[in-house]
Write a protein that binds this ligand. Sequence first.
Ligand SMILES: [Zn+2]
Ligand SMILES: [Zn+2]
Length: 362
Amino acid sequence: MEITGTAQREAWREGVLPPVEEVRPGLWSIPVPIPDSPLRYVLIHLLAHEHGLLVLDAGWDHEDAWTALTQGIIGTGHALTDVSGIVVTHMHPDHFGLAPRLREESDAWIGMHPADAALVLEQNPEQVAAARADAVAQLVAAGAPDALLVGAGTIAMERLPLDHGVDRELLDGDTLRIVGSELTVVHTPGHTPGHICLFDDRRRLFFSGDHVLPRISPHIAVIPGQQIDPLGEYLASLRKVAAFDPDEVLPAHEYRFRGLGSRARELVGHHEERLDELLAAIRSLPAPTANEVCDQLTWSRPILTMAPHLRRMALRETIAHLVVLERRDLVRARPGVPERWFPTSAGESTPEPIHLEAGAPR
Ligand SMILES: [Zn+2]
Ligand SMILES: [Zn+2]
């Protein structure tokens, strides 16, 4: 993997926003800040087409982000009303947040994969309550301590009205015309059920959203009502994009790079190691709950010192790995509340996993 967004990487190291860049004629990268986030910014891409601009992702719904987005658009010599389409790679608030406001101001269409479009529709109070109850039930089944149940399932986000949801469904293989080329939609479920990447065939550019990032591995979690096996889907989507051979990858965070295939394989390897670590934890503990497995794993910092919402994320990531091990017939859950996990005879007899040294690059 080779870093090509050197100004972006420099800015990343210095803790500042990278510059707006015209990456290719008629293609701009606009960093839009994410308030109070270690990710710091989302990279919005603007693409000129015959009748205006396509905006790829919209940024967090915050006044500073709106200023950066609109100044970025105006800086390219376009007006807000030139925006004709807003393509959202996935439903997370750092990507979707400002899409409704930008649609309002520009009259542009919003395009998303239907699996994520369904998750940004307005919810009635019963649906909100049901989602919260499902989130709590998942944690209870996983054996989470009471401290993690408080505030579960309370993420507020920008949504679209039911009567005027997403304007355009973007499916795998669909194409969007831009100046001198076209973008092909690549459905890459995993990080979310409807995550999409876009491939600019003529210029050999790959817009990877959050699916493949140069430095970090995206959050893959079982969220009730979304995916049953998000990690299995994610691994398949990594193998899918490894078959592309672009000259440059334009991710939605961090910096541009070259070497999509090698980075995708590296991420597969990271998760395979993690699966080995989980299997070893299940073998070493007496019928653990998912939460006990989670507490046993290595995290970027001690799990018990993390804030409850981060521990919930870690636990839902652990559950995603358990589902893959279960589908590979290496572990089984004993029904009950909480569920308890044990290795199958196949899981018991696979060789002891080999671990890289702690701190080895991933
Ligand atoms: Zn995301
Ligand atoms: Zn993101």
